[in-house]
Design a protein around this ligand. Structure first.
Ligand SMILES: [Cu+2]
Length: 301
């Protein structure tokens, strides 16, 4: 019952309903913090008005240099600090530590790569073989937005989807975030998770969706003029619907021709393997990163 009343403030501030396993803990901290800050605001405001009237100039023409002798303000301030410390050390930090340190077993979870770019979210799924194919920045083109290496066996069945990600309900999802250009933020308000997507790094986040439905994916960092439009959908399916979606996407990918290995404007020189190219986790380790990239024939004129 008390939850219903407390939840009022989160709803009032526009928080969408929670749809993840851990989200209620975040909601409780948010609710409590807002009510606590509200009480402090009312208390301090009332005290401020009282002081203005009680110590007005007409009543106290000369300043009192002795000041307050009661210890009540010290006790009050200590109580506020104590409550805030309990919130931070007792609730917020343990929840944060669990989210960043205790990842679910990768074997049971669905692993997805989310790559931000101005102004879209690309999702890379490993396909039926469960292995992520090799990606190379120098292979990135309009038809191959993530630079999947067509020569890597693992990449042949990989799925790259733009904007809409499907996941099964009640199964942990690990999303490895990165970016192709500037710093974005992969934010799922309904799942109560958000993570900066930073070029050159891969940072994972995880959550377990507990309700089927369609939820908003947004970019939580002001990343450019089109930032407002950098939205996507997270569709939480039943396991059967998720398998059907996967099958459909795999079949669709099979009907499209594989991306051309060197799909860049004529005359543009091959930039070669760049520094900072990050092989996705699970990709076979090669001693020479350029080994699997065929050399470019010189442009003919
Ligand atoms: Cu963005």
């Amino acid at each position: 019952m008390i939850n219903l009343h407390l939840a009022l403030i989160n709803e009032f501030l526009g928080q969408p309903p929670n749809a993840s396993e851990h989200g209620f803990q975040i909601d409780h901290i948010l609710e409590f913090s807002h009510w606590f800050m509200g009480a402090l605001f009312v208390g301090w405001s009332a005290f401020f008005v009282y002081v203005l009237i009680r110590f007005r100039r007409s009543r106290h023409p000369v300043a009192d240099h002795e000041g307050v002798k009661s210890g009540i303000s010290t006790h009050l301030e200590f109580a506020v600090v104590l409550i805030e410390a309990v919130l931070l050390v007792g609730f917020a930090i343990p929840l944060w530590a669990k989210q960043v340190n205790q990842f679910p077993d990768a074997k049971d979870a669905l692993l997805v790569h989310a790559v931000g770019q101005q102004f879209n979210w690309n999702f890379h799924l490993p396909g039926p073989d469960g292995q992520f194919g090799k990606r190379d920045l120098s292979l990135v083109s309009n038809s191959n937005p993530l630079g999947l290496d067509p020569n890597s066996a693992e990449s042949k069945d990989d799925l790259v989807v733009l904007g809409e990600l499907h996941v099964p309900v009640n199964r942990a999802v690990i999303v490895e975030t990165s970016s192709k250009d500037v710093i974005h933020n992969f934010a799922l308000p309904s799942m109560r998770v958000a993570q900066d997507a930073i070029p050159g790094t891969i940072i994972p986040l995880w959550f377990t969706p507990i309700k089927t439905g369609t939820y908003e994916i947004v970019c939580g960092q002001l990343c450019g003029l089109g930032h407002y439009s950098m939205k996507g959908s997270l569709v939480v399916d039943t396991p059967e619907d998720f398998q059907a979606w996967l099958k459909e996407r795999v079949e669709l990918a099979g009907t499209q021709s594989a991306p051309a290995p060197l799909d860049r404007p004529e005359g543009e020189p091959d930039p070669g393997p760049r520094q900072g190219t990050v092989a996705p986790p699970g990709a076979p380790k090669t001693a020479d990163p350029s080994a699997s990239v065929p050399p470019t024939p010189p442009p003919e004129h």
